[in-house]
Structure formats: structure tokens, C-alpha cells
Design a protein around this ligand. Structure first.
Ligand code: G3P
Ligand code: CA
Length: 293
């Protein structure tokens, strides 16, 4: 088959706010995403999991124990129960210090204290609404976590939600894994699980897919990704191990999105490699650093 054309390194990588501006504000809260948008992030990253009653919510861990004032497994809980929980206070900076937060971060001026102090679980639909109403183009990178209980249902529900927002065609008969994705798509779907990526590709072939990599095996080191994957998503540690990976992926036509890059020295390292996207907990600081570089 014909190879995609080789990619050139971008002039400036896209800056993606990992779980929102999650170093400043509790991850996966509206406030964290609002701060990232106001701070100039090009795109937002979120993790999605399915509740017992079939809603997609933005929570990283299998349980709510780390990021809320409650305990439990996300997929054992209904949305109404998750809505009662406080997903902000655990972070420490919120909710009692919105004023201080604004004083420390002038770019937050204008964000309402309610937003900064908001608490309940964030649904994917709420986040898509925030992105739609951002007033400028902001991309959303959605990572499906892999609850075995809901194999396949997560991807179908995700594509259905995206279709309601006009971001994907309605799920139809299986398409081809080889159909090129839309490079300008406002949403991108990511997963560590190749099967999840393939399912999304078949349901929504226009939507670019990222295969996240925390190790190179069993994929080949030459940048070759399974059919249906648009973008390579290596962890920063993999690029340290194998800096030539970016060039090889580009030669195969795959953009490279690297995670999670927070320290200025690491930003410089991946800039030199020519990555396409920097996924970071510190989008505002990284944007300022890149602008100075
Ligand atoms: O953006 C990719 C990155 O989020 C993958 O790791 O554990 O933070 O979801 P994790
Ligand atoms: Ca993630």
C-alpha cells in the first residue's frame, strides 16, 4: 500500500493541557479547563470512564478515591452519585483560595470564583460544551480508559456523544481502518489499548486516533503503528530512550504527541526533536517558555 507522505517538524508544537491546567487547579474540573483555555492552551486532554448508568465522565483513575472527597469505583456509581461528590477540594488550592489563585496567576482574572471553586464530576458533554463555547478553536484529545466491563460500549457511547455535537458522523456500518482521518478534526481519540483505537476508527473514521505508548513493545521501533492509528503518543521516557523515534514516525506520516512534559529542560528536549504536540500539566507556563525560546 502507499505510505502517507513524510511529515516535516512543526514550527511550534501544539500545547495540550493535560487533564486541564492540572498543576494549578484540580484535574478534570471545569475550572482546570477554563484556566487552560484562558491561559492560551491550543488543546485540552481528558480521560473518560463510563458510569454504571452509561454516562461518560472525566476521571483518570478507576476509583474516585484520589480525586474526590468520596470513595468508590467509577463504573459502580451512577452519575447522580458522582454529582454529589467534591472533585475540587482534594487539590489543596481550592475551593478556599480562589482569590489567592487569581493573585498568583494574573491570567485567571475574569474567571468567576464559582468556576474556580466548582466541585461535582465533569461529564464529557459539559466539557464539549465548554470547548464549543470557548470563543476560539480549541482541540479536545479524549483518552478512553479501559474498563473491561464495558468493552465496546465506551467507544460506541463516545462516538454517539461526538455525533450529537457534530464532531463525528453517526455510528454506521463499519468503515475501513485505512480511511484517512480529517487532519483538522476538532477532536482526537486516544488510548493505550490498540483494540479501543481500532473500534473508534471503525465507528468514526474521520476522527484522528492516537495510540498511547508507555513502552515500545510489541510495536516495532521503526515508528510503524497498527493500521487505523493516525498519531503516535509516546511517553517522554520513550523519547529519552530512543530520540530517533520522532523522525521515524514522521517519515511514516505519523505526527508525534508526547506526554507529560512539564519541566523547561524537557520542553527544550522535545522541541529539539520536532514533536507535533506537547501534552503538559503546565500549559500556561510551557506556552510562555516556548514563546521565549
Ligand atoms: O496524554 C496521555 C497521558 O494522559 C497518558 O497517561 O495516565 O496521564 O492518562 P495518563
Ligand atoms: Ca490521559
Amino acid at each position: 500500500r502507499t505510505r502517507p507522505a513524510a511529515l516535516a517538524a512543526p514550527a511550534r508544537p501544539m500545547i495540550v493541557a493535560h487533564r486541564g491546567a492540572s498543576s494549578t487547579v484540580a484535574e478534570h474540573t471545569l475550572a482546570a479547563y477554563e484556566v487552560a483555555i484562558d491561559g492560551g492552551a491550543d488543546a485540552l486532554e481528558c480521560d473518560v470512564r463510563m458510569t454504571r448508568d452509561g454516562h461518560l465522565v472525566c476521571v483518570h483513575d478507576r476509583t474516585v478515591n484520589r480525586t474526590s472527597d468520596s470513595r468508590g469505583v467509577v463504573s459502580d456509581l451512577d452519575l447522580s452519585a458522582l454529582d454529589q461528590m467534591d472533585f475540587s477540594s482534594w487539590h489543596g488550592t481550592l475551593p478556599d483560595s480562589a482569590d489567592q489563585l487569581v493573585a498568583d496567576n494574573p491570567y485567571l482574572a475574569g474567571v468567576s470564583p464559582d468556576r474556580l471553586e466548582g466541585g461535582g464530576v465533569l461529564t464529557l458533554e459539559l466539557l464539549l460544551g465548554l470547548v464549543r463555547d470557548a470563543g476560539r478553536d480549541v482541540r479536545l484529545l479524549i483518552e478512553t480508559k479501559h474498563p473491561t466491563r464495558y468493552a465496546g460500549l465506551v467507544e460506541r457511547t463516545l462516538v454517539d456523544v461526538l455525533a450529537r455535537f457534530g464532531l463525528a458522523g453517526r455510528p454506521g456500518p463499519p468503515a475501513s481502518l485505512r480511511q484517512p482521518a480529517d487532519p483538522d478534526s476538532p477532536v482526537v481519540v486516544m488510548s493505550f489499548a490498540p483494540t479501543a483505537v481500532r473500534r473508534v476508527k471503525l465507528l468514526a473514521p474521520d476522527v484522528p486516533t492516537v495510540l498511547l505508548l508507555d513502552r515500545f513493545l510489541p510495536l516495532r521501533r521503526d515508528g510503524l503503528l497498527p493500521t487505523g492509528v493516525t498519531i503516535a503518543g509516546p511517553g517522554l521516557h520513550l523519547l529519552r530512550e530512543d530520540p530517533g523515534y520522532v523522525e521515524r514516525a514522521h517519515a511514516r506520516g505519523h505526527p508525534v504527541y508526547v506526554w507529560t512534559v512539564d519541566r523547561p529542560a524537557d520542553v527544550d528536549f522535545v522541541l529539539d526533536l520536532g514533536v507535533d504536540t506537547v501534552i503538559t500539566d503546565r500549559p500556561v507556563e510551557v506556552a510562555a517558555h516556548i514563546a521565549r525560546s
